[in-house]
Design a protein around this ligand. Structure first.
Ligand SMILES: Cc1cc2nc3c(=O)[nH]c(=O)nc-3n(C[C@H](O)[C@H](O)[C@H](O)COP(=O)(O)O)c2cc1C
Length: 205
């Protein structure tokens, strides 16, 4: 009887120890650099790149992340133009005043909205939010893959929309929201600490 009680006691101690080790391990895993919160806070606009090429597989991963974004009524009113050709990246760089980094980028993704595929009436404008959510997903996916990226605003500037449409042969019913410039970071940029508790209103303004 004494031996059984002792074995039971040792068994319980072992089980508790195993649980503690597992718990510590899972917490450590959630603190690894690929932790979602770490990636959100590590993301920054990257405008300087090395000459290391970005693989097509990685670009597909980024677009797939974009398409995982939420959209109003699940309409997914978007299309993505993935640009890998040097001459196209150079033409975009030449024509976009604030997109000169495309000259050194290895790739870019133009996130486009298709308003007619969104909701009817005023709700059609949700395409902007849908495509913005996709864009942020792409930026975070880029960070998680140790790529550097920056959002270059195109919509609602009509001259930029016309220019990007003409370079990328985008039809007139499709609106480029932005061009995301992509490459491996040269290591110059750092994330900013933007936390400002004064911007938070609890329960009412
Ligand atoms: C709608 C929008 C348009 C932007 N357009 C440009 C742009 O044309 N060129 C550029 O270099 N950065 C552009 N940016 C990047 C911002 O300058 C950048 O996000 C901001 O300075 C904050 O820095 P961070 O991204 O490193 O946190 C744009 C960002 C957004 C959201």
């Amino acid at each position: 009887m004494k031996t059984i009680t002792l074995r039971l006691f040792v068994g319980i101690i072992l089980a508790v120890e195993l649980f503690c080790v597992y718990n510590a391990f899972s917490q450590e895993v959630s603190m690894t650099p690929n932790d979602t919160m770490a990636i959100i806070h590590r993301r920054k606009s990257v405008r300087t790149y090395t000459d290391k090429p970005v693989s097509v597989d990685l670009l597909e991963i980024l677009v797939k992340a974009g398409m995982a974004a939420p959209t109003a009524a699940d309409k997914r009113p978007w299309a993505f133009v993935v640009i890998t050709q040097r001459d196209v990246l150079d033409r975009l760089a030449e024509g976009l005043e604030y997109g000169k980094m495309l000259k050194n980028a290895q790739a870019a993704i133009a996130v486009c909205g298709i308003p007619e595929e969104s909701l009817p009436g005023i709700s059609q404008m949700y395409w902007v939010q849908d495509c913005s959510a996709a864009t942020q997903n792409i930026l975070l996916a880029a960070e998680s893959k140790n790529l550097g990226a920056v959002w270059l605003g195109i919509y609602p500037e009509n001259d930029r929309i016309d220019f990007v449409r003409s370079v990328l042969s985008i039809p007139s019913n499709v609106v480029p929201l932005n061009v995301i410039s992509i490459g491996y970071p040269a290591g110059l940029e750092r994330p900013k600490d933007k936390y400002d508790p004064d911007k938070i209103h609890w329960n009412k303004w």
